[in-house]
Design a protein around this ligand. Structure first.
Ligand SMILES: Cc1cc2nc3c(=O)[nH]c(=O)nc-3n(C[C@H](O)[C@H](O)[C@H](O)COP(=O)(O)O)c2cc1C
Length: 328
């Protein structure tokens, strides 16, 4: 069993943080598919330290959601420590995850996210302080390095372990790559043997085969599913089941996909209200029906014509008619 500090994980599949997607509703929806640990969207330490109301919304968790990591990003220990103090007093969570891999300019220009990978000494000092302040186990999410010429993932991982970090997830791309090219699992081959803490691999896990390959090549303790699980929650079940029992679970049918899409949609509507949920669902629901030949018209309908629950149900009924589930 994997342990992150005092937190025991029931499996080896983590649900990766995704800004704009991994809200409490998404995490609650995904959990029963076999998620061992979920991550919040990244949260600005300044937003918390300066009591921004919208930032506080990101701190919502629930019992179903547990174990969950709240992920912070920051550049200055003063703000970070104030934010940690506040979340310790106001939020229910199991692990504090530090974002050291975000490639977005708005974040890196402040010195946060993957910017930390450029100064390992400063990173170690910062993370030592974070680990000292945090009453929860601290994990970190990193990339291979800033760019292809400065890959320093081994050095950074050792520095993080020495700082007191209790688990590391590596997105096997550089900051410069963003999301382009392929995740390079080979780049962290051998690292697991050098670390005492759990190691998780992230990047391009879209199928069970990808998960098996990533773990075989890296010997990581587990995998983090991010984009691959959006619209394909059963991917988590397929990976979790294989890791636990060696069994292969079939891909989801269209009928199952409609069920999953509905469940998720109503969870999001409950949590954010119809109008805001519809805006988010336009981006997410089409993923549930990609990979099925002939479903382009439904995907387009979601993106172009869906602005209410009524519209959404009309589209779902259309799909159900297509597969012979509904007579009308
Ligand atoms: C829309 C989007 C938002 C993301 N937001 C975050 C984030 O807030 N924090 C973080 O550490 N990683 C974030 N990531 C990175 C993912 O957690 C993951 O490491 C990355 O997508 C690679 O995995 P994948 O190829 O399996 O999606 C984000 C990725 C995407 C696509």
């Amino acid at each position: 069993m994997i342990k992150i500090g005092n937190v025991e994980l029931k499996g080896r599949v983590l649900l990766g943080p995704m800004a704009g997607i991994t809200s409490l509703a998404y995490r609650e929806f995904m959990k029963p598919f076999g998620v061992a640990l979920s991550f919040s969207e990244m949260i600005s330490d300044c937003g918390i330290a300066y009591e921004n109301k919208r930032t506080y919304d990101y701190l919502k968790t629930s019992e179903t959601d547990s174990p969950v990591a709240l992920q912070l990003f920051g550049f200055d220990i003063k703000n970070t420590s104030k934010a940690i103090e506040i979340i310790q007093n106001t939020a229910k969570y199991d692990i504090l995850d530090m974002n050291l891999g975000c490639p977005v300019h708005k974040v890196t220009k402040t010195g946060a996210g993957s910017s930390w990978l450029r100064d390992v000494d400063a990173l170690k000092t910062y993370m030592t302080e974070v680990c000292k302040i945090s009453s929860k186990p601290v994990t970190a999410k990193i990339r291979l390095g800033w760019d292809g010429k400065s890959i320093n993932v081994f050095e950074v991982s050792h520095a993080l372990e020495e700082a007191g970090v209790q688990g590391i997830t590596i997105h096997c791309r550089t900051k410069e790559q963003g999301y382009s090219g392929k995740a390079d699992y080979q780049a962290i081959r051998g690292l697991k043997k050098e670390l005492r803490i759990p190691l998780f691999v992230s990047g391009d896990i879209f199928t069970l085969d990808d998960a098996i390959k990533s773990v075989n090549e890296t010997e990581a303790d587990g995998v983090m599913v991010a984009r691959g699980g959006v619209g394909n929650p059963k991917l988590v079940t397929q990976i979790d089941t294989y890791f636990q029992t060696g069994e292969w679970v079939e891909n989801a049918t269209v009928k199952e996909q409609v069920e999953y899409a509905r469940t998720y949609a109503y969870k999001l509507i409950d949590s954010k209200g119809e109008e805001m949920a519809m805006r988010e669902l336009k981006g997410i629901l089409p993923h549930f029906f990609s990979g099925f030949p002939g479903y382009k018209k439904f995907r387009l309908s979601i993106t172009m014509n869906m602005s209410s629950i009524k519209d959404m149900e009309a589209i779902f009924h259309g799909i159900e008619r297509e597969i012979g589930l509904s007579a009308s």
